[in-house]
Design a protein around this ligand. Structure first.
Ligand code: KG4
Ligand code: ZN
Length: 425
């Protein structure tokens, strides 16, 4: 019991440290306590599962051990963000080399923090889809070697499913709920009906919002500003936007010919790339110089991204209402790296409230790629006896892998008309 209380405290402390400025902080802490109490009532405090999660789908090497109560008992992460920013994107060969360099240390670090020998684990969960092949391969090979050596079961994990369900680790959320996933590689809306059952309502037709943030930040040369050191492109833009005027550089709203729940950020990105070029030439900026009104440009760009994120979300909420797809307490989970952005979260929360739904956003360190979300997805599958493979050594990675059953066409055919709410931000 003493150990359990201590671990719970550690989790609360780590969530609190990372969530001091998050509007959901109190709610998350409260529900974490509730979640632990619920589990205790049924399990008498016994730990039934401890799973190691390994994540190497893109440019972050993550490993963590999580138990069925959602307690993070060991966590380690090597982020390549600084390298990615300085190289101007993720270079597959480079990312692979860094994963190979760090994976052993990261896994051992997570296990050491958990004070566990690999043999004491109940399973190894590892991201196998979707992602960059060269990166996925490093994590999968490592996991294969580990399960072979220690006679452990393996649970292959879908990266987006893991992002989608992470919130259930810190908050009581019943299926079915709506997932809004926005990251560097994805932007989608899906109904999570069960641990391994998703309905895809809308998807990204070109560049993802995180990618647009990264490209605009790079074009603005924000990494040369001291206050942007160590930040991702999105975080740099959020930071500068705080003192910018979002009405300075307007962009027309993106409209699809059809009323779908899909997203397209390419047009917005190109629009702001042109603005930067024009401003640089007006202001005679050369080399690594940054335009004087970068904050205004960032604020305007961020606002354009928000507006484009909201309309498909409104449509998805109406579609779910019309087809009775969500639980009585309507919940929207926002996750993925872009969900770290507080301005976007506020706007999306307004949409949710207007449509009678509550918004749950995991703490920032659980929104960006990490080993915790993989371990937790392993736990979810382990507890319902799904996802184990008979022959771990024959598991293959997949670079492309859509989430769940695709009903995007059906959603489009529903032709749902919505009026963008007054975001007032
Ligand atoms: O989920 P993630 O760690 O990796 C992918 O699966 O893509 O997301 C990384 C993305 C990057 O594009 C980064 O710029 C973006 O998340 N991001 C943000 C913020 N923090 C990270 N975008 C907007 N605002 C932020 N504060
Ligand atoms: Zn991700």
């Amino acid at each position: 019991m003493a150990v359990r209380i201590h671990l719970t405290f550690c989790v609360l402390k780590s969530v609190r440290n990372k969530m001091t400025s998050c509007s959901c902080f109190k709610r998350n802490i409260r529900s974490l306590v509730t979640l632990n109490r619920d589990v205790n009532n049924t399990n008498k405090g016994e730990i039934r599962a401890r799973i190691l999660g390994i994540e190497t789908s893109c440019d972050d090497t993550g490993a963590a051990v999580v138990n069925e109560k959602g307690e993070i008992i060991g966590n380690a992460l090597h982020s390549q963000t600084e390298t990615t920013v300085s190289l101007g994107g993720v270079l597959p060969q480079y990312a692979k080399a860094l994963h190979k360099k760090h994976i052993d240390t990261i896994v051992k670090d997570a296990l050491q923090k958990a004070q566990l020998h690999p043999k004491e684990l109940d399973a190894v969960a590892v991201t196998v889809e979707p992602g960059m092949p060269l990166s996925l391969e490093v994590g999968l090979s490592y996991a294969k070697q580990m399960v072979l050596e220690h006679g452990l079961p393996m649970i292959p994990i879908h990266h987006m499913e893991a992002h989608a369900l992470t919130a259930r680790m810190v908050e009581q959320i019943d299926f079915p709920f709506l997932v809004f996933l926005a990251s560097g590689g994805h932007c989608l809306l899906a109904v999570a009906r069960d641990v391994d059952d998703f309905l895809l309502l809308g998807n990204c037709t070109d560049c993802a919002p995180g990618d647009a943030f990264d490209k605009v930040a790079r074009r603005l040369k924000l990494k040369t500003l001291p206050e942007c050191t160590g930040k991702s492109g999105g975080a740099m833009i959020e930071h500068l936007s705080r003192c910018g005027n979002r009405d300075t550089f307007n962009a027309p709203d993106v409209f699809f010919k059809k009323r779908s729940c899909n997203f397209s950020f390419h047009g917005i990105k190109s629009h702001y790339m042109r603005y930067i070029l024009e401003e640089e030439s007006k202001q005679g900026i050369e080399g690594s110089g940054v335009i004087s009104n970068a904050s205004d440009l960032c604020a305007s760009f961020q606002y354009a991204i928000l507006r484009h994120m909201c309309r498909p979300l409104q449509r998805a909420l109406v579609f779910c209402d019309n087809n009775n797809l969500l639980a009585e307490t309507k919940t929207v989970v926002l996750s993925g790296g872009v969900a770290c952005n507080r301005y976007l979260r506020h706007g999306i929360e307004k949409v949710c409230v207007t449509h009678g739904a509550r918004l749950v956003v995991p703490p920032p360190e659980l929104c960006t790629d990490n080993g915790i979300m993989i371990a937790w997805n392993g736990i979810e599958k382990y507890l319902c006896g799904r996802g184990f493979v008979d022959d771990p050594q024959s598991v293959c990675y997949r670079n492309r892998s859509p989430l769940g059953t695709d009903i995007t066409e059906e959603v489009t055919k529903a032709h749902i008309k919505v009026k963008l709410i007054d975001l007032g931000l």
